[in-house]
Design a protein around this ligand. Structure first.
Ligand code: PEP
Ligand code: MN
Length: 331
């Protein structure tokens, strides 16, 4: 149950009345100025009916839902992220290197991508690598490189906060905070990212069910995230013919049944640049609001994920193949 307060309500008085009726307040939702605007009541504390709660002075409305993720349900399929509409109109592109390798690299990437109409520059400053000996990212300094490159090209920045200690720096530089697949279940991190009140790109855990993924989105919204966009990036399967199994059924489920904004990352989903065109098309047909695609100007020398990176001078042709103009494709 979500209890929304009137403009003039005294939140503490409303809270006391809810508690006096035996209700358990799970989460307190605040507006950007820090004022309490809503209480969320635990679904298992059913001591009072919605009508009884609605009658309490200071309560504007009561929303009941049998879903465990009412905020995700209420968000709807269309969100605005830093002036870019996702989930309506032309697909949104999020492109750039797997890792931010140098200032020059992101500058060149953003110049090419921005000119093609790519809205978001992606790239990892903090990299979640399977091996501790693999390149871990340049860290904070790379965030500044990305911001500068994106601003010069008229792009937005989406980048991953790998741990709670990175959250503040990432929030300072990024338009959209990325939660990586390995961190989808890191609830302390989700809360810290939500508290920045930024829009979030939430990658699906590689072994996460759709319900777990939606609940991770609920954590973000409940802790203050401006919006949550779900990103399907492939799940583990028995077959290693492709790097992961790109679950387009889950994409259709999110887009058409849960009506949630969803982006597909066929780069990590397949691990192969030669499958990006067919799977990217399939993802858009399944209801994806856009695609995340890794690029590199010399994939053979990439510090991470070279085999799946599209050459920077071939990304334009790929994007035109994915969504030819005039339906809203890239220039
Ligand atoms: C990434 O997009 O940079 C990344 C590390 O992907 P994932 O978390 O999906 O593995
Ligand atoms: Mn990568």
């Amino acid at each position: 149950m979500i209890v929304s307060l009137t403009e003039k309500a005294n939140p503490e008085q409303v809270r006391q009345k809810l508690v006096a009726r035996g209700l358990w307040i799970d989460t307190v939702l605040r507006d950007a100025a820090g004022n309490v605007r809503q209480f969320s009541i635990a679904p298992y504390s059913s001591a009072a009916t919605a009508d009884e709660v609605a009658a309490i002075e200071g309560v504007a409305s009561v929303t009941t839902s049998r879903s465990d993720h009412p905020l995700v349900d209420r968000q709807g399929p269309v969100v605005n992220v830093a002036g870019v509409t996702l989930g309506e109109g032309a697909p949104a592109w999020m492109c750039g290197p797997c890792s931010v390798e140098s200032e020059d690299q992101v500058k060149r990437s953003a110049a090419t991508l921005g000119a093609l109409g790519v809205a978001f520059l992606r790239g990892g400053a903090f990299k979640p690598r399977t091996s501790p000996y693999a390149f871990q990212g340049h860290g904070r300094v790379a965030l500044g490189w990305m911001r500068k490159a994106a601003d010069a090209a008229g792009m937005r920045v989406v980048t991953e906060a790998l741990s709670e200690t990175d959250v503040e720096a990432v929030a300072e530089h990024a338009d959209m905070m990325q939660v990586g697949s390995r961190n989808m279940h890191n609830y302390a991190l989700l809360k810290a990212i939500g508290a920045t009140k930024k829009p979030v790109l939430l990658k699906r855990g590689m072994a996460a069910t759709v319900e777990e993924w939606l609940l991770a989105g609920e954590y973000l919204l409940a802790s203050g995230a401006a919006s949550v966009v779900f990103c399907e990036r492939g799940i583990r399967s028995f077959d290693d013919a492709t790097r992961n199994l790109l679950d387009l059924g889950a994409v259709a489920l999110l887009a058409h049944v849960y009506r949630a904004p969803v982006i597909v990352d066929p780069s990590h989903g397949t691990g192969r640049r030669d499958l990006l065109l067919p799977l990217g098309r399939a993802a858009l047909a399944a209801g994806a609001a856009g695609l995340m695609i890794e690029t590199h100007d010399s994939p053979g020398e990439a510090k991470s994920d070279g085999p799946q990176a599209v050459l920077l001078d071939q990304i334009g042709a790929l994007l035109r193949g994915l969504a030819p103009r005039p339906e809203g494709g890239p220039r």
